[in-house]
Design a protein. Structure first.
Length: 81
């Protein structure tokens, strides 16, 4: 693979903030994932939802699901005693 590496052709961009992936930290049920997907869809249809999202992201850059699910719903690998 070393011969195929061409550094100038590598994609560059900004890192995705932890806020957008905090769902990965929690053990969620199917209907909870559905709710999160629905909320994501709303960002494309509601300026109010976009503004709420941006406010939450600014106030809690690591995510807001901890307010909803708490530490008891964290996946085992993320629990810290």
């Amino acid at each position: 693979m070393k011969n195929l590496h061409y550094e100038e052709d590598e994609p560059t961009g900004e890192n995705v903030p932890p806020f957008d992936f905090d769902f990965e930290l929690y053990s969620l049920k199917t209907n909870e994932y559905k709710e999160l997907i629905y909320n994501e869809i709303q960002l494309y249809h509601s300026e109010t939802k976009v503004n709420d999202y941006l406010k939450d992201k600014e106030a809690s850059p690591n995510g807001v699901l901890n307010k909803k699910y708490g530490k008891d719903r964290l996946r085992t690998m993320y629990k810290k005693d």
